[in-house]
Structure formats: C-alpha cells, structure tokens
Design a protein around this ligand. Structure first.
Ligand code: ATR
Length: 285
C-alpha cells in the first residue's frame, strides 16, 4: 500500500460536518485510495451550521469530486444538490455527493452500507426476516429504508419518543409499525440505532433496552462502533445471539461512496483496518 505523491493531477474528496475532527472518514478513504493506487486525497472540513450551500458551491468551483456529509448538514445538502437518488429522496438526507462536471447528485449510502456490512460480517440476507429497530433518528431511518428495499418481512420501531417512531415506521409502508420493547424478544433481527452505549457519552456502559428479552438464535446488531464491543453486544453474545457491531456499516457506507466517486471496487478490508487502527490509537480497543 503506497500513497501517490500529491501533484497537479491529484483529485480531492472530503467530508463536511460540525464537529468533524474525530471523523474516521479521512483514515478510511485515504487507506482506500492508497490501497488502489489512486491519485486522490481526502480531507475533513469543519463547516458551521448553515454553511452547506456554500460548501456545495465550493465543490463545483474547486472541482471536488466527492463529498461525504455528516451532522448537521445531511438535510440541507439534500435540499441543495441538483438531483437526489431514490434512497436520499426517501430519507430527505444526503451523506454522499457525487460531482460529475458540476452536476451534483446527492445519495444516501447508509442503508446500503448497513446491508453490505451484514453480508460481510455475518453473511446475512435480511429477505423474509422480522426486524425490530430501536431508535428513530437518521441512522434508524436509513436502516429501515434499506431493510424494506432488501425484502425484510416486517419492521417494528421501538423508540423513546413515539411520534418519531411513527414517522420512521412509515418509511416501511405496510411492513412497518411502531413496536413495544416486548417485541425485541421475538424478532429475527434486532438493531440498536440509538447512541446508547457509545463511549464518551452519558450512555456509555448502558444497554438501550432490557437485554434479558434477547433469545438464543436472534441476530443483534449494534450501530455503535466505539467501543468495539458494546454492553449490548456483550449481553447478546451471552444470550447466544449472533452479534454484529457498527464498524461494518460505517465502512460499508464509505465503500459505496468510494465506488461512486472513483468507479473502483472499494478495498473494504484495508479500509476497515485503517478505521480500527485509529480507534485503537484512541484507546479502549
Ligand atoms: P442519528 O442521526 O445518529 O441516528 P439522532 O437523529 O439524534 O442520531 O437519533 C438518535 C436516536 O437515539 C433517537 O431515536 C433517540 O430517541 P428520541 O427520538 O426519543 O430522541 C435515541 N436516543 C438517544 N439517546 C437515547 C437514550 N438515552 N435513550 C433512548 N433513546 C435514545
């Protein structure tokens, strides 16, 4: 794996967000470019709230080929690009912009990244599965949309705030509904899409629901990736569940974006290794 020297030909991709300095995306994408011998670099830009339209103008004028978009800009970018993909339009949120000769297409690769992560980590196909999603924010909505597109039989949404659960469940049409925590024990697939359990937050060390509900044979995926084994994942392992972590979705969504920008298959294992290295250097892994 060698990086090309930066030259007058080097292409630029970047992430905008606020805050953005702890983003793993530069490590993931630069490892991908180096692994494929691509003359590209990827930087992080801290763009204040309200600054997304200006960042898109800069993308056009500077010829930035690819942009990742994270909080708080996903909705504003969806409203400001020239075109959105069906996934981005359904969600009203863009996490990836592709610049083709100044025409900006906004995509949302979180859902496809989630599905790719399940395949890579657990060799899992969600077709026909009954699913329960805990949480109803942006990550939950992307997962719900992708589960339905990939043939899940049903999607129950469990959330602290019922109104948001209703809105998220409606993304699944006739297969979606608001669910109670008791349904966690009967689903084939349970996904934590809340931030509960994330290192460095008030929820660190906490599980997002009563894990005594879990049963052997269920698949449990925690979208939290820091720590690498969350309290939920540890409890699900003890209960005999098959367990996946959040890094697979993080790298999965980046891999879909990488291919959209470069036209090259993403080197997922090298990208994953780069993310793990950064997380390990932060401690706790
Ligand atoms: P993201 O875009 O990463 O999904 P988000 O939009 O802020 O983040 O959504 C976070 C989700 O985690 C929400 O469903 C939130 O519940 P509310 O809709 O009730 O706000 C959920 N969440 C966050 N902290 C929580 C906690 N301590 N207990 C239960 N749910 C929590």
């Amino acid at each position: 794996m060698t990086s090309a020297p930066i030259s007058g030909h080097t292409q630029l991709a970047a992430v905008i967000g606020h805050p953005v300095r702890h983003s793993l995306s530069p490590a993931i994408h630069n490892a991908g470019f180096a692994s494929c011998g691509l003359d590209w670099v990827y930087l992080a830009f801290d763009v204040a709230p309200g600054g997304a339209p200006g960042a898109l103008d800069a993308m056009r004028s500077l010829g930035i080929v690819g942009l990742s978009v994270t909080m708080p800009h996903k909705d504003a970018v969806a409203a400001a690009v020239d075109e959105t993909t069906p996934a981005a339009a359904n969600l009203g949120a863009v996490n990836c912009v592709i610049n083709r000769d100044g025409h900006l297409t906004g995509d949302n690769t979180d859902g496809d990244g989630f599905i790719a992560g399940l395949e890579a980590d657990l060799a899992l196909d969600v077709a026909g599965m009954s699913c329960v999603i805990v949480g109803a924010g942006g990550a939950a909505r992307a997962v719900i949309d992708a589960l339905v597109r990939n043939g899940a039989a049903s999607v129950g949404v469990v959330n602290r705030t019922p109104d948001k659960a209703e809105t998220a469940a409606s993304l699944a049409g006739g297969r979606g509904r608001v669910a109670g925590p008791d349904e966690i024990g009967t689903a084939d697939l349970v996904v934590n899409a809340t931030s509960v359990g994330m290192a460095g937050t008030a929820g660190e060390g906490v599980t997002p629901f009563d894990t005594s509900l879990l049963r052997s044979g269920q698949v449990v995926v925690d979208l939290v990736y820091e720590p690498s084994v969350t309290p939920l994942m540890a409890a699900a392992q003890r209960a005999g569940c098959r367990v996946g972590g959040g890094l697979a979705m993080l790298v999965g969504q980046a891999a879909v974006a990488f291919t959209a920008w470069t036209g090259v298959d993403a080197p997922v294992s090298d990208m994953t290794a780069a993310a793990k290295k950064v997380l390990a250097a932060r401690g706790g892994h």
